[in-house]
Design a protein around this ligand. Structure first.
Ligand code: F6R
Length: 611
Protein backbone atom coordinates (compact mmCIF):
# COMPACT_ATOMS: atom_id res chain seq x y z
CA UNK A 1 0.00 0.00 0.00
CA UNK A 2 1.15 3.50 -0.82
CA UNK A 3 3.30 4.00 -3.86
CA UNK A 4 6.67 5.68 -3.95
CA UNK A 5 8.66 6.87 -6.91
CA UNK A 6 11.98 8.65 -7.36
CA UNK A 7 13.86 10.21 -10.26
CA UNK A 8 17.38 11.54 -10.72
CA UNK A 9 18.33 12.71 -14.20
CA UNK A 10 17.27 15.33 -16.68
CA UNK A 11 14.89 18.26 -16.58
CA UNK A 12 11.83 16.03 -16.82
CA UNK A 13 11.61 15.00 -13.20
CA UNK A 14 8.05 16.17 -12.51
CA UNK A 15 6.72 14.49 -15.66
CA UNK A 16 8.37 11.16 -14.75
CA UNK A 17 7.24 11.32 -11.13
CA UNK A 18 3.64 12.12 -12.04
CA UNK A 19 3.50 9.41 -14.68
CA UNK A 20 5.00 6.92 -12.22
CA UNK A 21 2.46 7.88 -9.56
CA UNK A 22 -0.37 7.51 -12.04
CA UNK A 23 0.69 3.90 -12.52
CA UNK A 24 0.99 3.37 -8.78
CA UNK A 25 -2.30 4.97 -7.85
CA UNK A 26 -3.84 1.49 -7.48
CA UNK A 27 -1.74 1.22 -4.31
CA UNK A 28 -3.57 4.06 -2.59
CA UNK A 29 -5.36 7.25 -3.51
CA UNK A 30 -6.04 9.16 -0.30
CA UNK A 31 -3.52 11.91 -1.15
CA UNK A 32 -0.43 12.44 -3.26
CA UNK A 33 2.64 14.62 -3.22
CA UNK A 34 6.10 15.43 -4.56
CA UNK A 35 9.34 16.68 -3.01
CA UNK A 36 11.51 18.39 -5.60
CA UNK A 37 15.11 19.50 -5.33
CA UNK A 38 15.30 23.15 -6.38
CA UNK A 39 18.19 25.54 -6.08
CA UNK A 40 19.28 25.14 -2.45
CA UNK A 41 15.88 24.02 -1.14
CA UNK A 42 13.28 21.29 -1.30
CA UNK A 43 9.84 22.15 -2.57
CA UNK A 44 6.99 20.07 -1.22
CA UNK A 45 3.70 19.95 -3.18
CA UNK A 46 0.83 17.90 -1.78
CA UNK A 47 -2.89 17.48 -2.35
CA UNK A 48 -5.62 15.44 -0.69
CA UNK A 49 -7.58 12.95 -2.80
CA UNK A 50 -6.77 11.35 -6.10
CA UNK A 51 -3.67 12.16 -8.10
CA UNK A 52 -5.62 14.36 -10.50
CA UNK A 53 -5.86 16.97 -7.72
CA UNK A 54 -2.07 17.11 -7.52
CA UNK A 55 -1.87 17.15 -11.33
CA UNK A 56 -4.16 20.21 -11.40
CA UNK A 57 -1.97 22.05 -8.91
CA UNK A 58 1.13 21.24 -10.93
CA UNK A 59 -0.49 22.30 -14.19
CA UNK A 60 -1.35 25.64 -12.57
CA UNK A 61 2.37 26.26 -12.04
CA UNK A 62 2.67 26.87 -15.80
CA UNK A 63 5.91 25.07 -16.39
CA UNK A 64 7.66 26.64 -13.41
CA UNK A 65 8.71 23.13 -12.34
CA UNK A 66 10.08 22.10 -15.73
CA UNK A 67 13.76 22.56 -14.75
CA UNK A 68 13.62 20.15 -11.80
CA UNK A 69 15.98 17.17 -12.20
CA UNK A 70 15.64 15.24 -8.95
CA UNK A 71 12.74 14.38 -6.71
CA UNK A 72 10.52 11.83 -5.03
CA UNK A 73 6.76 11.27 -5.12
CA UNK A 74 4.12 9.40 -3.17
CA UNK A 75 0.53 8.23 -3.43
CA UNK A 76 -0.98 7.38 -0.06
CA UNK A 77 -3.23 4.75 1.51
CA UNK A 78 -3.71 6.15 4.99
CA UNK A 79 -2.53 4.11 7.98
CA UNK A 80 -1.54 6.65 10.66
CA UNK A 81 -3.51 9.84 10.37
CA UNK A 82 -6.58 10.60 8.28
CA UNK A 83 -6.21 11.65 4.64
CA UNK A 84 -5.32 15.37 4.82
CA UNK A 85 -2.74 17.68 3.34
CA UNK A 86 -0.67 17.68 6.57
CA UNK A 87 -0.60 13.88 6.59
CA UNK A 88 0.19 13.58 2.88
CA UNK A 89 3.74 12.60 1.93
CA UNK A 90 6.47 13.71 1.36
CA UNK A 91 7.28 14.70 4.92
CA UNK A 92 9.99 17.20 5.73
CA UNK A 93 12.54 17.15 8.51
CA UNK A 94 15.16 19.64 9.74
CA UNK A 95 13.23 22.76 8.69
CA UNK A 96 12.71 21.42 5.22
CA UNK A 97 16.26 20.28 4.50
CA UNK A 98 15.29 16.60 4.14
CA UNK A 99 12.20 15.05 2.54
CA UNK A 100 11.00 11.48 2.93
CA UNK A 101 8.39 9.30 1.22
CA UNK A 102 7.41 6.02 2.83
CA UNK A 103 5.34 2.92 2.21
CA UNK A 104 4.65 0.68 5.22
CA UNK A 105 4.29 1.16 8.96
CA UNK A 106 6.81 2.25 11.57
CA UNK A 107 5.53 0.30 14.56
CA UNK A 108 7.65 2.10 17.17
CA UNK A 109 6.91 5.59 15.84
CA UNK A 110 5.16 6.77 19.04
CA UNK A 111 8.24 6.20 21.14
CA UNK A 112 10.50 7.82 18.51
CA UNK A 113 8.15 10.80 18.25
CA UNK A 114 8.22 11.29 22.01
CA UNK A 115 11.98 11.21 21.99
CA UNK A 116 12.17 13.79 19.19
CA UNK A 117 9.60 16.03 20.89
CA UNK A 118 11.66 15.95 24.06
CA UNK A 119 14.51 17.32 21.96
CA UNK A 120 12.26 20.16 20.82
CA UNK A 121 11.31 18.85 17.37
CA UNK A 122 7.90 20.13 16.25
CA UNK A 123 5.69 17.77 14.25
CA UNK A 124 3.35 18.91 11.54
CA UNK A 125 1.48 15.63 10.88
CA UNK A 126 -0.03 12.63 12.67
CA UNK A 127 1.92 10.16 10.55
CA UNK A 128 4.46 7.56 11.57
CA UNK A 129 6.62 8.65 8.61
CA UNK A 130 7.46 12.09 9.91
CA UNK A 131 9.72 10.64 12.62
CA UNK A 132 11.98 9.31 9.88
CA UNK A 133 12.28 12.71 8.23
CA UNK A 134 13.35 14.32 11.52
CA UNK A 135 15.70 11.53 12.53
CA UNK A 136 17.46 11.63 9.17
CA UNK A 137 17.64 15.44 9.21
CA UNK A 138 19.25 15.43 12.69
CA UNK A 139 22.00 13.15 11.43
CA UNK A 140 22.53 15.10 8.21
CA UNK A 141 22.79 18.31 10.24
CA UNK A 142 25.40 16.57 12.39
CA UNK A 143 27.49 16.03 9.26
CA UNK A 144 26.52 12.54 8.05
CA UNK A 145 25.89 11.86 4.39
CA UNK A 146 22.27 11.14 3.51
CA UNK A 147 23.10 7.46 2.99
CA UNK A 148 24.87 7.07 6.32
CA UNK A 149 22.10 9.01 8.05
CA UNK A 150 19.44 6.73 6.58
CA UNK A 151 21.45 3.64 7.53
CA UNK A 152 21.66 4.91 11.09
CA UNK A 153 17.96 5.64 11.28
CA UNK A 154 17.05 2.22 9.89
CA UNK A 155 18.68 0.63 12.94
CA UNK A 156 16.08 2.36 15.08
CA UNK A 157 12.98 1.42 13.11
CA UNK A 158 10.60 -1.47 13.74
CA UNK A 159 7.95 -2.42 11.22
CA UNK A 160 7.84 -2.60 7.47
CA UNK A 161 8.92 0.10 5.11
CA UNK A 162 10.21 1.21 1.78
CA UNK A 163 11.58 4.69 2.12
CA UNK A 164 13.23 7.22 -0.19
CA UNK A 165 14.84 10.48 0.89
CA UNK A 166 16.40 13.59 -0.62
CA UNK A 167 18.43 16.30 1.09
CA UNK A 168 19.35 19.89 0.19
CA UNK A 169 22.92 18.98 1.05
CA UNK A 170 23.19 16.46 -1.80
CA UNK A 171 21.61 17.79 -4.98
CA UNK A 172 20.99 15.11 -7.59
CA UNK A 173 21.02 12.21 -5.11
CA UNK A 174 18.25 9.99 -3.76
CA UNK A 175 18.80 7.32 -1.15
CA UNK A 176 16.30 4.58 -0.44
CA UNK A 177 15.93 1.40 1.56
CA UNK A 178 13.38 -1.23 2.29
CA UNK A 179 12.36 -3.79 4.88
CA UNK A 180 9.39 -6.06 3.99
CA UNK A 181 7.94 -3.52 1.57
CA UNK A 182 8.75 -3.50 -2.13
CA UNK A 183 11.22 -1.26 -3.91
CA UNK A 184 12.83 -1.55 -7.33
CA UNK A 185 15.41 0.55 -9.12
CA UNK A 186 14.89 1.28 -12.81
CA UNK A 187 18.05 1.73 -14.86
CA UNK A 188 18.27 4.40 -17.54
CA UNK A 189 20.85 6.32 -19.61
CA UNK A 190 21.78 9.56 -17.89
CA UNK A 191 18.85 9.04 -15.53
CA UNK A 192 17.79 6.46 -12.93
CA UNK A 193 14.53 5.68 -11.21
CA UNK A 194 13.02 4.22 -8.07
CA UNK A 195 9.54 2.83 -7.58
CA UNK A 196 7.39 0.54 -5.47
CA UNK A 197 6.60 -1.56 -8.54
CA UNK A 198 7.95 -1.99 -12.05
CA UNK A 199 4.70 -0.91 -13.69
CA UNK A 200 5.40 2.69 -12.61
CA UNK A 201 8.44 2.81 -14.86
CA UNK A 202 7.64 0.71 -17.92
CA UNK A 203 7.49 3.78 -20.16
CA UNK A 204 11.04 4.60 -19.08
CA UNK A 205 12.87 1.31 -18.78
CA UNK A 206 12.57 -2.47 -18.78
CA UNK A 207 15.79 -3.02 -16.85
CA UNK A 208 15.49 -3.24 -13.09
CA UNK A 209 17.43 -4.00 -9.93
CA UNK A 210 15.84 -5.44 -6.83
CA UNK A 211 16.69 -3.92 -3.46
CA UNK A 212 16.73 -6.62 -0.78
CA UNK A 213 15.58 -6.30 2.82
CA UNK A 214 17.95 -4.15 4.84
CA UNK A 215 19.87 -2.80 1.84
CA UNK A 216 20.33 0.85 0.94
CA UNK A 217 20.52 2.16 -2.58
CA UNK A 218 21.90 5.49 -3.70
CA UNK A 219 20.99 6.80 -7.11
CA UNK A 220 22.10 9.77 -9.17
CA UNK A 221 21.68 10.47 -12.89
CA UNK A 222 24.76 8.39 -13.69
CA UNK A 223 25.12 5.84 -10.88
CA UNK A 224 23.24 3.24 -8.88
CA UNK A 225 25.03 1.82 -5.86
CA UNK A 226 23.64 -0.80 -3.49
CA UNK A 227 25.00 -1.21 0.05
CA UNK A 228 24.32 -3.73 2.78
CA UNK A 229 23.35 -2.75 6.33
CA UNK A 230 27.03 -2.51 7.29
CA UNK A 231 27.64 -0.02 4.49
CA UNK A 232 29.58 -2.41 2.26
CA UNK A 233 28.88 -2.28 -1.49
CA UNK A 234 26.78 -5.12 -2.91
CA UNK A 235 26.92 -6.43 -6.50
CA UNK A 236 23.45 -6.83 -7.91
CA UNK A 237 22.44 -8.27 -11.30
CA UNK A 238 19.74 -6.42 -13.16
CA UNK A 239 16.72 -8.20 -14.64
CA UNK A 240 14.52 -7.51 -17.65
CA UNK A 241 10.77 -7.16 -17.38
CA UNK A 242 8.92 -8.23 -20.52
CA UNK A 243 5.67 -6.29 -19.92
CA UNK A 244 4.89 -3.65 -22.57
CA UNK A 245 4.35 -0.05 -21.59
CA UNK A 246 0.96 -0.28 -23.38
CA UNK A 247 -0.08 -2.99 -20.94
CA UNK A 248 -0.46 -0.36 -18.24
CA UNK A 249 -2.54 2.01 -20.40
CA UNK A 250 -6.32 1.95 -20.87
CA UNK A 251 -6.02 1.20 -24.58
CA UNK A 252 -9.46 2.57 -25.47
CA UNK A 253 -11.35 0.97 -22.56
CA UNK A 254 -13.34 3.06 -20.15
CA UNK A 255 -11.73 1.46 -17.11
CA UNK A 256 -8.92 -0.94 -16.30
CA UNK A 257 -11.43 -3.42 -14.88
CA UNK A 258 -13.25 -3.78 -18.19
CA UNK A 259 -9.96 -3.98 -20.05
CA UNK A 260 -8.62 -6.64 -17.72
CA UNK A 261 -11.82 -8.71 -17.94
CA UNK A 262 -11.40 -8.71 -21.72
CA UNK A 263 -7.71 -9.53 -21.47
CA UNK A 264 -8.47 -12.89 -19.89
CA UNK A 265 -8.22 -14.98 -23.04
CA UNK A 266 -4.74 -13.54 -23.71
CA UNK A 267 -3.74 -13.92 -20.05
CA UNK A 268 -4.78 -17.57 -20.04
CA UNK A 269 -3.04 -18.25 -23.35
CA UNK A 270 0.22 -16.77 -22.03
CA UNK A 271 -0.10 -18.63 -18.72
CA UNK A 272 -0.60 -22.02 -20.39
CA UNK A 273 1.98 -21.47 -23.12
CA UNK A 274 4.98 -23.77 -22.84
CA UNK A 275 3.41 -25.61 -19.91
CA UNK A 276 0.69 -27.56 -21.69
CA UNK A 277 1.32 -28.99 -25.17
CA UNK A 278 -1.14 -29.77 -27.96
CA UNK A 279 -1.39 -33.40 -26.78
CA UNK A 280 -2.44 -32.22 -23.33
CA UNK A 281 0.85 -33.08 -21.59
CA UNK A 282 1.81 -30.78 -18.71
CA UNK A 283 5.40 -29.68 -18.20
CA UNK A 284 6.14 -27.85 -14.95
CA UNK A 285 9.82 -28.79 -14.86
CA UNK A 286 10.52 -25.03 -14.51
CA UNK A 287 9.74 -25.25 -10.77
CA UNK A 288 12.52 -27.73 -10.14
CA UNK A 289 10.71 -29.42 -7.22
CA UNK A 290 10.40 -33.17 -6.80
CA UNK A 291 6.60 -33.48 -6.82
CA UNK A 292 6.72 -37.22 -6.17
CA UNK A 293 7.54 -36.58 -2.52
CA UNK A 294 4.50 -34.42 -1.85
CA UNK A 295 2.05 -35.98 0.60
CA UNK A 296 0.02 -32.96 1.55
CA UNK A 297 -0.69 -29.55 0.04
CA UNK A 298 -1.50 -26.32 1.85
CA UNK A 299 -2.65 -23.35 -0.22
CA UNK A 300 -2.45 -19.88 1.33
CA UNK A 301 -3.65 -16.55 -0.01
CA UNK A 302 -5.90 -13.59 0.72
CA UNK A 303 -9.16 -12.45 -0.84
CA UNK A 304 -9.42 -13.44 -4.47
CA UNK A 305 -6.21 -15.47 -4.26
CA UNK A 306 -7.82 -17.50 -1.45
CA UNK A 307 -10.80 -18.20 -3.70
CA UNK A 308 -8.45 -19.38 -6.44
CA UNK A 309 -6.91 -21.63 -3.78
CA UNK A 310 -10.32 -23.17 -3.02
CA UNK A 311 -10.60 -24.06 -6.70
CA UNK A 312 -7.06 -25.44 -6.59
CA UNK A 313 -8.12 -27.75 -3.75
CA UNK A 314 -10.94 -29.16 -5.88
CA UNK A 315 -8.57 -29.82 -8.78
CA UNK A 316 -5.69 -31.28 -6.76
CA UNK A 317 -7.88 -33.55 -4.62
CA UNK A 318 -9.91 -34.65 -7.61
CA UNK A 319 -7.03 -35.48 -9.95
CA UNK A 320 -4.00 -36.11 -7.72
CA UNK A 321 -5.86 -37.47 -4.65
CA UNK A 322 -3.62 -35.48 -2.30
CA UNK A 323 -5.25 -33.87 0.75
CA UNK A 324 -5.32 -30.10 0.43
CA UNK A 325 -5.88 -27.50 3.12
CA UNK A 326 -6.72 -23.98 1.97
CA UNK A 327 -5.96 -21.26 4.47
CA UNK A 328 -6.52 -17.53 4.65
CA UNK A 329 -2.95 -16.30 4.96
CA UNK A 330 -3.62 -13.88 7.83
CA UNK A 331 -5.10 -16.73 9.89
CA UNK A 332 -2.60 -19.37 8.89
CA UNK A 333 0.41 -17.53 10.23
CA UNK A 334 -1.05 -17.42 13.74
CA UNK A 335 -2.58 -20.90 13.71
CA UNK A 336 0.53 -22.84 14.71
CA UNK A 337 0.36 -24.70 11.38
CA UNK A 338 1.10 -28.39 11.02
CA UNK A 339 3.27 -29.86 8.27
CA UNK A 340 6.62 -31.36 7.38
CA UNK A 341 9.12 -31.47 4.53
CA UNK A 342 6.66 -33.42 2.39
CA UNK A 343 4.11 -30.63 2.61
CA UNK A 344 3.91 -28.40 -0.42
CA UNK A 345 2.82 -24.89 0.56
CA UNK A 346 1.42 -23.01 -2.41
CA UNK A 347 1.38 -19.27 -1.71
CA UNK A 348 -0.80 -17.35 -4.15
CA UNK A 349 -0.41 -13.59 -4.58
CA UNK A 350 -1.01 -11.50 -7.67
CA UNK A 351 1.18 -8.68 -6.38
CA UNK A 352 3.70 -10.93 -4.69
CA UNK A 353 3.78 -8.37 -1.88
CA UNK A 354 0.90 -9.19 0.45
CA UNK A 355 2.36 -9.09 3.95
CA UNK A 356 0.08 -11.80 5.34
CA UNK A 357 0.93 -14.20 2.53
CA UNK A 358 4.64 -13.54 3.01
CA UNK A 359 4.22 -14.20 6.73
CA UNK A 360 2.36 -17.45 5.98
CA UNK A 361 5.41 -18.54 3.99
CA UNK A 362 7.60 -17.87 7.01
CA UNK A 363 5.26 -20.00 9.11
CA UNK A 364 5.54 -22.84 6.59
CA UNK A 365 9.32 -22.53 6.60
CA UNK A 366 9.29 -23.26 10.32
CA UNK A 367 7.98 -26.77 9.78
CA UNK A 368 10.22 -27.34 6.77
CA UNK A 369 7.54 -27.16 4.06
CA UNK A 370 8.46 -26.60 0.43
CA UNK A 371 7.10 -23.30 -0.77
CA UNK A 372 5.82 -22.72 -4.28
CA UNK A 373 4.81 -19.14 -5.08
CA UNK A 374 2.11 -18.48 -7.64
CA UNK A 375 2.43 -14.82 -8.53
CA UNK A 376 1.90 -12.39 -11.37
CA UNK A 377 4.84 -10.19 -10.52
CA UNK A 378 8.36 -11.00 -11.59
CA UNK A 379 10.97 -10.02 -9.03
CA UNK A 380 8.35 -9.46 -6.31
CA UNK A 381 9.08 -10.21 -2.65
CA UNK A 382 7.32 -13.56 -2.77
CA UNK A 383 9.53 -14.80 -5.62
CA UNK A 384 12.53 -14.37 -3.37
CA UNK A 385 10.96 -16.00 -0.32
CA UNK A 386 9.79 -19.17 -2.09
CA UNK A 387 11.66 -22.33 -3.12
CA UNK A 388 10.03 -22.26 -6.53
CA UNK A 389 7.86 -19.92 -8.56
CA UNK A 390 5.09 -20.37 -11.10
CA UNK A 391 4.28 -17.08 -12.75
CA UNK A 392 0.78 -16.29 -13.88
CA UNK A 393 1.35 -14.41 -17.08
CA UNK A 394 -1.66 -12.14 -16.88
CA UNK A 395 0.33 -8.94 -17.47
CA UNK A 396 0.03 -6.00 -15.11
CA UNK A 397 -3.28 -5.85 -13.26
CA UNK A 398 -4.11 -2.26 -12.39
CA UNK A 399 -7.75 -2.35 -11.27
CA UNK A 400 -7.91 -2.92 -7.52
CA UNK A 401 -10.46 -5.71 -8.01
CA UNK A 402 -8.69 -8.75 -9.39
CA UNK A 403 -10.09 -10.41 -12.52
CA UNK A 404 -7.54 -11.70 -15.02
CA UNK A 405 -5.06 -12.60 -12.29
CA UNK A 406 -7.74 -14.77 -10.67
CA UNK A 407 -8.48 -16.87 -13.75
CA UNK A 408 -4.75 -17.14 -14.46
CA UNK A 409 -4.20 -18.39 -10.88
CA UNK A 410 -6.90 -21.00 -11.38
CA UNK A 411 -5.21 -22.12 -14.62
CA UNK A 412 -1.85 -22.49 -12.85
CA UNK A 413 -3.42 -24.53 -10.05
CA UNK A 414 -5.09 -26.77 -12.63
CA UNK A 415 -1.69 -27.31 -14.25
CA UNK A 416 -0.24 -28.17 -10.85
CA UNK A 417 -3.08 -30.62 -10.17
CA UNK A 418 -2.46 -32.36 -13.50
CA UNK A 419 1.31 -32.43 -12.92
CA UNK A 420 0.81 -33.98 -9.47
CA UNK A 421 -1.66 -36.48 -10.90
CA UNK A 422 0.86 -37.42 -13.60
CA UNK A 423 3.63 -38.02 -11.06
CA UNK A 424 1.39 -40.07 -8.78
CA UNK A 425 -0.38 -41.99 -11.54
CA UNK A 426 -3.79 -41.26 -10.05
CA UNK A 427 -5.38 -40.71 -13.45
CA UNK A 428 -4.72 -42.94 -16.46
CA UNK A 429 -2.30 -41.34 -18.91
CA UNK A 430 -4.83 -41.06 -21.75
CA UNK A 431 -7.48 -39.56 -19.55
CA UNK A 432 -5.02 -37.09 -18.05
CA UNK A 433 -4.00 -35.88 -21.49
CA UNK A 434 -7.68 -35.49 -22.38
CA UNK A 435 -8.16 -33.24 -19.37
CA UNK A 436 -5.04 -31.32 -20.37
CA UNK A 437 -6.45 -30.82 -23.86
CA UNK A 438 -9.68 -29.55 -22.28
CA UNK A 439 -7.71 -27.06 -20.22
CA UNK A 440 -6.04 -25.78 -23.39
CA UNK A 441 -9.47 -24.60 -24.50
CA UNK A 442 -9.72 -22.13 -21.59
CA UNK A 443 -8.79 -19.01 -23.63
CA UNK A 444 -11.32 -19.82 -26.38
CA UNK A 445 -14.09 -20.67 -23.95
CA UNK A 446 -13.55 -17.46 -22.01
CA UNK A 447 -13.63 -15.58 -25.31
CA UNK A 448 -16.87 -17.33 -26.19
CA UNK A 449 -18.32 -16.44 -22.79
CA UNK A 450 -17.48 -12.76 -23.27
CA UNK A 451 -19.35 -12.82 -26.59
CA UNK A 452 -22.29 -14.81 -25.25
CA UNK A 453 -22.94 -12.70 -22.15
CA UNK A 454 -22.91 -9.51 -24.24
CA UNK A 455 -25.67 -7.09 -23.27
CA UNK A 456 -27.49 -9.66 -21.18
CA UNK A 457 -25.60 -8.63 -18.11
CA UNK A 458 -26.96 -5.10 -18.34
CA UNK A 459 -30.50 -6.51 -18.05
CA UNK A 460 -29.40 -8.36 -14.92
CA UNK A 461 -28.18 -5.08 -13.43
CA UNK A 462 -31.77 -3.83 -13.21
CA UNK A 463 -32.50 -6.54 -10.67
CA UNK A 464 -29.92 -4.92 -8.40
CA UNK A 465 -31.39 -1.41 -8.60
CA UNK A 466 -33.27 -1.58 -5.30
CA UNK A 467 -31.20 -4.33 -3.75
CA UNK A 468 -30.29 -4.14 -0.09
CA UNK A 469 -27.98 -7.17 -0.29
CA UNK A 470 -27.40 -10.16 -2.55
CA UNK A 471 -26.62 -13.84 -2.31
CA UNK A 472 -24.40 -15.87 -4.66
CA UNK A 473 -24.97 -19.62 -4.54
CA UNK A 474 -23.14 -22.59 -6.00
CA UNK A 475 -22.06 -26.13 -5.19
CA UNK A 476 -18.77 -27.90 -5.85
CA UNK A 477 -16.42 -25.71 -7.88
CA UNK A 478 -19.28 -23.26 -8.34
CA UNK A 479 -19.09 -22.46 -4.62
CA UNK A 480 -15.68 -20.68 -4.70
CA UNK A 481 -16.82 -19.04 -7.94
CA UNK A 482 -19.91 -17.75 -6.09
CA UNK A 483 -17.71 -16.49 -3.23
CA UNK A 484 -15.49 -14.69 -5.71
CA UNK A 485 -18.53 -13.25 -7.51
CA UNK A 486 -19.87 -11.88 -4.22
CA UNK A 487 -16.47 -10.40 -3.29
CA UNK A 488 -16.24 -8.69 -6.67
CA UNK A 489 -19.71 -7.20 -6.31
CA UNK A 490 -19.32 -6.00 -2.73
CA UNK A 491 -15.87 -4.48 -3.19
CA UNK A 492 -16.75 -2.32 -6.17
CA UNK A 493 -20.50 -1.64 -5.72
CA UNK A 494 -20.57 -1.57 -1.87
CA UNK A 495 -23.66 -3.79 -1.93
CA UNK A 496 -23.43 -6.34 0.91
CA UNK A 497 -23.07 -9.70 -0.86
CA UNK A 498 -22.54 -13.23 0.41
CA UNK A 499 -21.11 -16.13 -1.56
CA UNK A 500 -22.35 -19.37 -0.05
CA UNK A 501 -22.58 -23.11 -0.70
CA UNK A 502 -26.08 -23.47 -2.16
CA UNK A 503 -26.94 -26.42 0.08
CA UNK A 504 -25.81 -24.62 3.23
CA UNK A 505 -27.94 -21.55 2.54
CA UNK A 506 -30.88 -23.01 4.46
CA UNK A 507 -28.77 -23.00 7.61
CA UNK A 508 -28.75 -19.22 7.92
CA UNK A 509 -28.38 -16.93 4.91
CA UNK A 510 -31.85 -17.78 3.57
CA UNK A 511 -33.09 -15.37 6.23
CA UNK A 512 -31.73 -12.55 4.04
CA UNK A 513 -33.89 -13.51 1.11
CA UNK A 514 -36.76 -11.31 -0.03
CA UNK A 515 -37.52 -9.25 -3.13
CA UNK A 516 -34.68 -6.85 -2.22
CA UNK A 517 -32.07 -9.61 -2.12
CA UNK A 518 -31.34 -10.77 -5.66
CA UNK A 519 -29.86 -14.26 -5.81
CA UNK A 520 -27.22 -15.30 -8.30
CA UNK A 521 -27.32 -19.08 -8.73
CA UNK A 522 -24.59 -20.94 -10.60
CA UNK A 523 -26.48 -23.91 -11.90
CA UNK A 524 -23.64 -25.95 -13.36
CA UNK A 525 -23.73 -29.53 -14.57
CA UNK A 526 -23.23 -32.98 -13.20
CA UNK A 527 -24.23 -34.40 -9.85
CA UNK A 528 -25.17 -31.20 -8.12
CA UNK A 529 -27.17 -29.54 -10.89
CA UNK A 530 -30.64 -30.62 -9.73
CA UNK A 531 -29.83 -29.85 -6.12
CA UNK A 532 -28.65 -26.33 -6.97
CA UNK A 533 -31.79 -25.75 -9.00
CA UNK A 534 -33.89 -26.77 -6.00
CA UNK A 535 -31.93 -24.44 -3.73
CA UNK A 536 -32.49 -21.58 -6.15
CA UNK A 537 -36.22 -22.45 -6.30
CA UNK A 538 -36.34 -22.20 -2.51
CA UNK A 539 -35.20 -18.58 -2.78
CA UNK A 540 -37.75 -17.87 -5.55
CA UNK A 541 -40.45 -19.17 -3.20
CA UNK A 542 -39.34 -16.48 -0.75
CA UNK A 543 -39.59 -13.64 -3.21
CA UNK A 544 -36.05 -13.55 -4.60
CA UNK A 545 -35.29 -12.46 -8.15
CA UNK A 546 -32.84 -15.07 -9.37
CA UNK A 547 -30.14 -14.55 -11.96
CA UNK A 548 -29.07 -18.00 -13.09
CA UNK A 549 -25.73 -18.78 -14.67
CA UNK A 550 -26.57 -21.66 -16.96
CA UNK A 551 -26.14 -23.04 -20.43
CA UNK A 552 -28.15 -21.11 -23.00
CA UNK A 553 -30.58 -23.94 -23.65
CA UNK A 554 -31.16 -24.81 -19.99
CA UNK A 555 -34.96 -24.80 -19.81
CA UNK A 556 -35.19 -25.58 -16.11
CA UNK A 557 -32.94 -22.63 -15.29
CA UNK A 558 -34.99 -20.40 -17.58
CA UNK A 559 -38.24 -21.45 -15.90
CA UNK A 560 -36.92 -20.83 -12.42
CA UNK A 561 -34.93 -17.61 -12.91
CA UNK A 562 -35.90 -14.03 -13.74
CA UNK A 563 -32.95 -13.97 -16.08
CA UNK A 564 -30.33 -16.38 -17.39
CA UNK A 565 -26.76 -15.26 -17.93
CA UNK A 566 -25.63 -17.76 -20.54
CA UNK A 567 -22.39 -19.69 -20.32
CA UNK A 568 -21.10 -21.83 -23.17
CA UNK A 569 -20.98 -25.62 -23.24
CA UNK A 570 -17.55 -26.42 -21.75
CA UNK A 571 -15.59 -29.34 -20.32
CA UNK A 572 -15.84 -29.73 -16.56
CA UNK A 573 -12.40 -28.32 -15.82
CA UNK A 574 -13.40 -25.07 -17.53
CA UNK A 575 -16.58 -24.45 -15.53
CA UNK A 576 -14.86 -22.05 -13.06
CA UNK A 577 -13.53 -19.96 -15.95
CA UNK A 578 -16.76 -19.63 -17.91
CA UNK A 579 -18.80 -18.95 -14.76
CA UNK A 580 -16.41 -16.36 -13.29
CA UNK A 581 -16.44 -14.07 -16.30
CA UNK A 582 -20.20 -13.22 -16.26
CA UNK A 583 -19.96 -12.51 -12.52
CA UNK A 584 -17.05 -10.12 -13.06
CA UNK A 585 -19.12 -8.32 -15.70
CA UNK A 586 -22.16 -8.27 -13.44
CA UNK A 587 -20.16 -6.63 -10.63
CA UNK A 588 -18.67 -4.17 -13.11
CA UNK A 589 -22.02 -3.06 -14.52
CA UNK A 590 -23.78 -2.85 -11.14
CA UNK A 591 -20.99 -0.57 -9.89
CA UNK A 592 -21.05 1.54 -13.06
CA UNK A 593 -24.83 1.90 -12.79
CA UNK A 594 -24.27 3.26 -9.28
CA UNK A 595 -21.81 5.80 -10.69
CA UNK A 596 -18.83 4.38 -8.80
CA UNK A 597 -15.13 4.34 -9.67
CA UNK A 598 -14.67 0.64 -10.39
CA UNK A 599 -10.89 0.82 -10.61
CA UNK A 600 -10.43 2.54 -7.28
CA UNK A 601 -13.06 1.38 -4.81
CA UNK A 602 -13.16 3.24 -1.51
CA UNK A 603 -10.92 2.18 1.38
CA UNK A 604 -9.07 -0.42 -0.70
CA UNK A 605 -5.63 -0.63 -2.24
CA UNK A 606 -4.31 -3.21 -4.59
CA UNK A 607 -1.39 -4.51 -2.66
CA UNK A 608 -1.89 -4.95 1.04
CA UNK A 609 1.47 -4.50 2.70
CA UNK A 610 0.15 -4.06 6.22
CA UNK A 611 -1.19 -6.81 8.50
C1 F6R B 1 -10.10 -8.65 -4.65
C2 F6R B 1 -8.67 -8.53 -4.53
C3 F6R B 1 -8.04 -8.85 -3.24
C4 F6R B 1 -6.68 -9.54 -3.48
C5 F6R B 1 -5.97 -9.75 -2.14
C6 F6R B 1 -4.66 -10.49 -2.32
O1 F6R B 1 -10.54 -8.33 -5.92
O2 F6R B 1 -8.01 -8.16 -5.47
O3 F6R B 1 -8.87 -9.62 -2.44
O4 F6R B 1 -6.91 -10.77 -4.10
O5 F6R B 1 -5.72 -8.51 -1.56
O6 F6R B 1 -3.79 -9.79 -3.14
P1 F6R B 1 -2.54 -10.50 -3.77
O7 F6R B 1 -3.04 -11.53 -4.72
O8 F6R B 1 -1.78 -9.41 -4.46
O9 F6R B 1 -1.78 -11.13 -2.64
Amino acid sequence: MCGIVGYAGRERCVEVLMDGLEHLEYRGYDSAGLALQREGRIEQIREVGELRNLARTIAARNGDLSRVQTGVGHTRWATHGRPSEENAHPHLGGDGSVAVVHNGIIENFAELREELEERGVAFSSETDTEVMAHLIAERVQAGETLRVALAGVLQRLEGSFAVAAVSVEEPGTIVAARHQSPLVVGLGEGENFLASAVQALLKETHEFLVVENGEIVEITDSSVEVFDAAGDPVERESFEVDWDAEAVELGGYEDYMLKEIHEQPAALRATLLGRLDAEGAVDLSEIGLDLSEIERVVIVGCGTAYHAGLLGKHAIERFARIPVEVAIASEYRYADPIGDENTLVVAISQSGETTDTLAAIQAAREFGGKVLAVTNTQGSLITREADAVLLTKAGPEICVASTKAFTAQVAVLDLLALALAGVRGTVAEGELRGIGRDLRLAPEKVEETLGLVGDRVEEAVELFDDARCSLFLGRGTACPVAMEGALKLKEISYLPSEGYPAGEMKHGPIALVDEYCPVVAIIGDGLVREKTLSNAEETVARGANVVALAREGDRAARRMARLVLPVPEAPEILAPFVCSVPLQLLAYHVAKERGLDVDKPRNLAKSVTVE
